[in-house]
Ligand binder design. Structure first.
Ligand code: PEP
Ligand code: MG
Length: 574
């Protein structure tokens, strides 16, 4: 029977393929029978893996890196405790014997049971330890299979498969870069969650916030994913299928046509120059940025270099990554955002308990709490600045004290490079992300101390409207057209212009083509977005009459009525 499921489309286009289901995200393993005579050998294999992980954790404890957060040791001990608990180290052996199954399967059965029990725990701290259990289980699986974590292979070719998951972390999505799925869809997540942002970077149709898709869809079922409308059609009939195949072709044709704009200068009808920059997560994303003629990198989310690994990248490794981007961009600006770890991008092996991660020790707050780690990153960025036009961007500023402390640490990093006679750009610019309403409302004190601003609308909306970006239950409340959001964005742009400082928008709003004219009308001249959106936004810029959009945007700021705002937006985009 055919039916539809509705969610939030986060990356446009149409994908048609077979469903490939993921259970507890990473805990996907093979299931096979073990012969009676080989059971003892299988339990011994399990024991060996447990012992290997014990040794691994002990070795990590003995060699804690200088720049590891202080909690690191505590987490290792916690993981050791979880590992040594009978539930994970003994019961799976009973499962192997009674069910005559392989060790990986026995372990994940046991883990699934344990994780379900965690869901019922009332104490939030204990409930949150679920992630630690998963990490320990993953370590044991790795020891059993000798393989790093991987997305399991689907029955059909990847290109014809649509991954259906309950949830995917940003770290999981990064793993996707090695795969070629036609699309992915998840039950959880909001339109500006990092998982959704990464979905855009994969440039495949994707949907989040489907709530129950993982339960409603069966392995191998035929799916149509319409990433623009956020709709999945399960088991479509032949008429619907051919209709969507046609739409898919049209979509691809449009994209081909857009490529012609690559060499066109981005300017409005009256010739006003607009700078269109790209957001990237990993150095290799530069290729896509260049393919779409980005005028620079407006946001390099450097924290992605820190995900999917047990130990922090060294200063040299970071330096190489930043240098590579700087060199490849060949003199165009590269804005490296300092680490925005925490919240939905926790450091492996060093997660802290936070009752409310989005409001917790995240981004610059975490960096200031970990000066050693921050010092290494700052040195790496500064060293790379010798090879191109690098700028430093500080995320999540909420107080001037944080900014002063950061500026002081940048000076310290420069001093240490001077002492080692290492070259760096002495004129390197330091900018701040304005993404917390407090900073937007007290802009003067920030803008005075900074060289440029970048508006992080994803967080600005999250914190202004009090909606967790990652929570699918409130995803429908995400509204860039909320009068409070429009007011803040417009006033930040105005504030920066008054102070004579450049300002960009680097949140998802910058890549939403229906909002391009609103931002132009507010006076924005620099946009930074995922490379896949650059040419669509350029096309809109080329067709925009600045005088008209400025007039209509001004009227938008004078109304608080949602219908009137919607009407003005439609007029603007007519
Ligand atoms: C933002 O908040 O708008 C932003 C660009 O940063 P991130 O999405 O990485 O939090
Ligand atoms: Mg942000």
């Amino acid at each position: 029977m055919s039916f539809t499921i509705h969610g939030i489309g986060v990356s446009g286009g149409i994908a048609i393929g077979r469903a490939h289901l993921l259970t507890h995200t990473q805990l996907e393993v093979q299931h096979y029978d073990i012969a009676e005579g080989e059971l003892a050998q299988e339990t011994a294999r399990f024991d060996k893996a447990i012992q290997a992980v014990r040794n691994e954790l002990a070795a990590l404890s003995d060699h804690i890196p200088d720049n590891a957060p202080p909690e690191f040791e505590g987490f290792l001990n916690l993981h050791l405790m979880i590992l040594n608990d009978n539930t994970l180290s003994e019961v799976p052996k009973e499962v192997i014997t009674t069910q005559r199954c392989n060790a990986e399967w026995a372990l994940t059965q046991q883990a699934e049971e344990l994780l379900t029990q965690f869901d019922r725990i009332e104490d939030e701290y204990l409930r949150e330890r679920k992630t630690d259990v998963m990490q320990v289980v993953e370590r044991v699986l790795k020891a059993l299979t000798g393989q790093p974590r991987a997305i399991p292979a689907p029955l059909h070719p990847e290109e014809d498969s649509i991954l259906v998951a309950h949830d995917l972390s940003p770290a999981d999505v990064i793993l996707f870069k090695q795969h070629h799925f036609a699309s992915f869809v998840t039950d959880l997540g909001g339109a500006t969650s990092h998982t959704a942002i990464l979905a855009r970077s994969l440039n495949i149709p994707s949907i989040v916030a489907l709530h129950h898709a993982r339960h409603l869809i069966r392995e191998g079922e035929l799916l149509i994913v319409d990433g623009s409308t956020g709709v999945i059609i399960v088991s479509p009939d032949t008429n619907v299928l051919s209709e969507f195949r046609l739409r898919q072709e049209q979509w691809q044709l449009e994209r081909e046509k857009l490529k012609r704009l690559k060499t066109t200068r981005a300017a409005t009808l009256d010739g006003t120059r607009i700078e269109l920059h790209a957001n990237i997560e990993l150095p290799e994303d530069v290729v896509q940025a260049k393919e779409n003629a980005a005028a620079g990198i407006g946001l390099f989310r450097s924290e992605f270099l820190f995900l999917n690994r047990d130990l922090l990248p060294t200063e040299d490794e970071q330096f190489e990554s930043y240098r590579r981007v700087a060199v490849e961009m060949d003199g165009l600006p590269v804005t490296v955002r300092t680490l925005d770890l925490g919240a939905d991008k926790p450091l492996n092996g060093a997660q802290r308990y936070s009752p409310n991660p989005a409001l917790g020790l995240r981004a610059i707050r975490l960096c200031l709490a970990e000066p050693q780690m921050f010092h290494h990153q700052l040195r790496a960025i500064l060293r790379a600045s010798h090879y191109g036009k690098i700028r430093i961007l500080v995320p999540m500023l909420s107080t001037v004290q944080e900014l002063n402390q950061t500026l002081h640490l940048i000076k310290e990093a420069k001093r240490s490079l001077d002492q080692n006679d290492i070259a760096y750009d002495r004129e390197i610019q330091v900018g701040g992300m304005i993404e917390i309403p407090a900073a937007a409302l007290a802009l003067g004190s920030f803008v005075r101390r900074l060289d440029f601003l970048s508006i992080g609308t994803n967080d600005l909306i999250q914190y202004t409207l009090a909606i967790d970006r990652t929570d699918d239950a409130v995803a429908h409340l995400y509204d860039p057209l909320h009068p409070a959001v429009l007011y803040l964005v417009a006033s930040i742009i105005k504030g920066a212009q008054k102070a004579g400082k450049p300002v960009a928008v680097c949140g998802e709003m910058a890549g939403e083509v229906k909002l391009t004219r609103v931002l132009l009308g507010f006076g924005l001249r620099q946009f930074s977005m995922h490379p896949a959106h650059l040419l669509t936004v350029k096309q809109q810029v080329l067709r925009s009459d600045l005088q008209e959009v400025t007039h209509l945007a001004g009227r938008m700021l004078k109304t608080e009525e949602p219908e009137k705002l919607q009407g003005l937006l439609e007029r603007m985009n007519a």
